[in-house]
Ligand binder design. Structure first.
Ligand code: HSE
Length: 381
């Protein structure tokens, strides 16, 4: 039997546990060290060797035997420094860290390239749905110019419940927190940060131009009311938090996350609860939609393990691993500011039921001041 490829895990939470359990099925791979936050925490993992557990993640990235580090802790620090240290020490990286990639992807990918190492990140965008690998391989012959996606399970769960039960945002949020879908501090999900991180990296890969997170318009779901859901249904739409990226003919990118009215004729209108989905439009393929579990222990582990196996299959066979999977998009996309875009709007107005109201609303909407102030909340899909 050949030498086993040695893996180090940073993080043994939901995703880390799924990765650990799944990797037990591969006898060419050995997990030799795992960094955790709290060594005393009880874990639901059979036959876990306590001797390989450390609470110092630098023991993983500095271990000379480890060839691949899987970073599964999330957040920017210490993940950023740990990954750079691991790369400097000659390790390939697999990560599920969408925030880190959106904020520091350019620097990290360039750093990996300089050290002839790869960073793979299939799990960072839409959990278990294969997206990055297909875009970089079998879809490589396409010019992708449009992405419409549901990339956040928590908000999709809340919107679905509001739609089905007619309940308020606040009531459904409490329920989602009780079920463990929404965090105690749900801001990252409900205000659209999580989806913005994901679409930033996804659009960069799909368009082959680097998208800057600070140019991505973002708005969450907290201002949606059950009456909006009802009105949308009556008009033939569903309200969804859509992560959208479009490239115009001059190559300018319009990337944003906000609630949109999705026609019921579109697949995304029927993606419910915690499921994620991504519709890509490109030439020559046309329009394709991939959907599946965007989070969770085993779906996310599926993507992390797939990335690990992709690297394992190349180690010792070539000096330049996975050229297709490298990310050297140095061209920065020219972005269109949201204020320069034209959108259709759904406006919900509460007014007294008396003569002249409709006329006054019409006049108000036509004023130049009103047109300047309209924001794209509920912009049409
Ligand atoms: N908070 C994320 C979601 C988890 O709700 O989709 C997966 O990234």
């Amino acid at each position: 039997m050949k030498n086993k490829i040695k893996i180090g895990l940073i993080g043994l939470g939901t995703v880390g546990s799924g990765v650990y359990k799944t990797l037990q099925n591969f006898d060419n791979i050995e997990i030799v060290k795992i960094a955790v936050h709290n060594k005393k925490k009880k874990r639901n993992i059979e036959n876990l060797d306590e001797n390989i557990i450390t609470d110092n993640a630098y023991e993983v990235v500095n271990d000379p035997d480890i060839q691949i580090v899987a970073e599964l802790i999330g957040g920017t620090e210490p993940a950023f420094d740990l990954i750079k240290t691991a790369i400097k020490n000659g390790k390939h990286i697999v990560t599920a860290n969408k925030e880190l990639l959106a904020k520091h992807g350019e620097e990290l990918f360039n750093f990996a390239q300089e050290h002839n190492k790869v960073i793979l990140y299939e799990a960072a965008i839409a959990g278990g749905i294969p997206l990055i690998m297909p875009i970089k391989t079998i879809l490589a012959g396409n010019k992708i110019n449009k992405i419409k996606a549901i990339l956040n399970g928590t908000t999709n769960y809340i919107l679905t419940k509001m739609d089905v039960l007619g309940e308020s945002y606040n009531d459904v949020l409490v329920e989602a927190q009780d079920l463990g879908y929404a965090e105690t501090n749900p801001t990252g999900d409900v205000e659209g940060f999580d989806a913005a991180y994901k679409i930033t990296t996804l659009a960069t890969i799909a368009f082959g131009k680097r998208i800057k997170l600070e140019n991505v318009y973002r708005e969450g779901i907290t201002k949606i009311h059950p009456e909006d859901m009802k009105a949308a249904n009556e008009m033939g739409y569903k309200i969804k938090l859509i992560a959208s990226a479009e490239l115009d003919e001059e190559g300018n990118a319009d990337v944003r996350v906000h609630p949109m009215l999705v026609p019921k004729s579109k697949t995304l209108a029927h993606i419910d609860y915690v499921t994620n989905a991504v519709t890509l439009s490109g030439h020559p393929v046309g329009e394709i939609t991939l959907s599946g579990p965007g989070a969770g222990e085993f779906p996310t582990a599926s993507s992390v393990v797939g990335d690990i196996l992709a690297i394992v299959s190349e180690i010792d066979k070539t000096d330049y691993i996975l050229p297709m999977m490298r990310c050297n998009h140095n061209e920065i996309a020219k972005m269109i500011d949201i204020s320069e875009t034209k959108n259709k709007y759904y406006l919900s107005i509460k007014a007294k039921n008396k003569m002249g109201v409709i006329g006054k609303i019409g006049t108000a909407c036509c004023s130049k001041r009103a047109q300047r102030r309209l924001c794209p909340n509920n912009g049409n899909y």
